[in-house]
Design a protein around this ligand. Structure first.
Ligand code: PEP
Length: 251
């Protein structure tokens, strides 16, 4: 299984700014992703096309959208369809990011609808799960992950390829805060996620990449990537500058 190093550029960068970052990544990486590593950038909708074009200079790199609406088309003002995302050259989409769950009020059930819809429409999905600090302190980590995964995976298409799905464990309290979870907490949570994937999906679970996200930085990436059941990372703030992101891609 290739290690997946994914960037989430959130609501940062215009198209030209995003393309310039990819061009800089491509130059510094010598035009190809390092052996054994997949590089994926979740760019804002308005930058998808520019990023996809710039990625022609970085062989093996992929682009994804940060959200989609689970309908073919229609009267959904402000929303973006799977077909629109694919037409921009993007092949992945994020679902269930904690900022969408907690700022925009997305439920587990809606996240599950989006995940299934995206997979049925030819997109690959990174489904994000993770507990808040209150939930962790109340001893609810397993319950939260169980419900997020049960509902998040409830609508998967028959015979989907495990390579088309990744799960990102992102403790909400570690996102954008500079507080990385302790290695033992990451290893424990990833073990729980792998076990739940086995419960829900059987033998396919071992081929689904489980990523860690939450204040991953150039100086902690290698240690996190070395942990059991960590098959990659999802990086927000530290992916915005090519120099930092390269140090994580090559960690
Ligand atoms: C994220 O946005 O998914 C994320 C993990 O952000 P950060 O790396 O900034 O904590």
């Amino acid at each position: 299984m290739q290690t997946l190093i994914a960037a989430n550029w959130k609501m940062f960068k215009t198209g030209p700014e995003a393309a310039a970052t990819v061009t800089s990544l491509a130059e510094k990486l010598g035009g190809a992703c390092p052996a054994g590593r997949d590089v994926l950038v979740f760019a804002p909708f308005t930058a998808l096309e520019a990023v996809a074009r710039a990625m022609n200079a970085l062989s093996g790199a992929m682009v994804g959208a940060q959200n989609l609406y689970p309908a073919e088309e229609g009267a959904f003002t402000g929303e973006i369809s799977a077909r629109m995302i694919s037409a921009c050259g993007a092949t992945w989409v994020l679902t269930g990011h904690s900022e969408r769950r907690h700022i925009l009020g997305e439920s587990n059930a809606f996240v599950g609808q989006k995940t299934g819809f995206a997979l049925r429409h030819g997109l690959r999905v990174t489904l994000c799960v993770g507990e808040t600090l209150d939930e962790r302190e109340a001893g609810k980590l397993k319950d939260v992950l169980t419900e997020q995964l049960r509902e998040g995976l409830a609508d998967l298409p028959e015979g989907f390829s495990p390579d088309a799905l990744a799960v990102a464990y992102e403790p909400v309290w570690a996102i954008g805060t500079g507080k990385t979870a302790l290695s033992e907490d990451i290893a424990d949570a990833h073990g729980l996620v792998r076990g739940l994937l086995k419960d829900f999906l059987g033998s396919q679970a071992q081929n689904i990449r489980v990523l860690y996200g939450g204040s991953v930085k150039p100086d902690n990436a290698a240690a996190i990537l070395a942990l059991d059941n960590v098959d990659g990372v999802l990086v927000g703030g530290a992916s915005l500058q090519a120099e930092n992101f390269i140090r994580i891609v090559t960690a």
